[in-house]
Design a protein around this ligand. Structure first.
Ligand code: GLP
Length: 241
């Protein structure tokens, strides 16, 4: 695991964007695994800027998103589908048919997750997977639990996650209680992983991810076993290491 210590959110975002850009430039063979949340938004802004400056071309790129709330329509401004459109897809020349996100509108959880997992594996897997970090150590929506769940699955969100994510909703009651997410095995099968963390509220999770025991109680700790992980974290996020 390589850990880059940067000054602040902007430096993290720029460095992350250069790594994502290098992956985009290197070719479309493998999908780019994308994440949502406030953490990657800054990196996406750099990618949009570099596209507008003619530096990047997304026309052949395929993307697979990590997760989506269950029971939310694509048009809902809180859906991850909407987030991706607002923060990246709507500003670059990516083809909509090349962007994949679990379908939160479909209620049949088994079918959604089985089909999403099959899609990822049958199209050659993910080349570079971008990850944020939940305050409780979650990645995607893999919440702390008694075991690592390997494949895409439907998850009931932890109370602390609902609490953390309510800032994006009008009322805490509006935060969906369930989500579809890539599993730990799905994430671990990516060739490369890029995890970003910014701010003091991530310091505890980050120190447990990097230096603590590998345990499903801290889902991100499994990344200690991945052969190619890059972490970019700012000083505040690294303050407990
Ligand atoms: C959400 C997402 C994660 C994200 C995390 C942190 O619940 N499912 O993919 O990494 O929370 O979000 P943020 O970057 O806004 O702190």
């Amino acid at each position: 695991m390589r850990v880059y210590r940067v000054k602040d959110y902007d430096e993290m975002s720029k460095k992350a964007a250069t790594i994502l850009a290098a992956q985009i430039v290197s070719g479309p063979e493998k999908a780019l695994g994308l994440a949502t949340g406030s953490t990657p938004a800054g990196a996406y802004r750099y990618l949009c800027k570099w596209y507008q400056e003619g530096i990047l071309d997304f026309s052949e790129i395929r993307t697979m998103n990590l997760d989506e709330y269950r029971g939310i329509s694509r048009e809902d401004s809180q859906s991850y589908y909407h987030f991706m459109k607002e923060n990246l897809f709507g500003h670059v020349n990516i083809k909509e048919e090349n962007t994949f996100i679990p379908d939160g509108e479909r209620e049949d959880a088994d079918a959604v997750c089985r089909e999403y997992e099959a899609l990822i594996q049958s199209t050659g897997g993910v080349g570079l997977q971008l990850l944020g970090l939940g305050r409780n150590g979650h990645i995607g929506f893999n919440e702390p639990s008694d075991s690592f769940i390997k494949e895409c699955h439907c998850v009931s969100l932890a109370l602390s996650t609902i609490e953390a994510n309510k800032r994006f909703f009008e009322n805490a009651e509006d935060v969906p209680r369930q989500a579809y997410t890539m599993g730990i095995g799905t994430i671990m099968s990516a060739e490369k992983i890029l995890l970003l963390a910014s701010g003091e509220e991530k310091a505890d999770a980050l120190s447990r991810m990097i230096g603590g025991p590998i345990t499903p109680r801290v889902p991100a700790s499994i990344l200690q076993l991945h052969r190619d992980v890059t972490v970019i974290a700012d000083e505040a996020a690294l303050s407990k290491i």
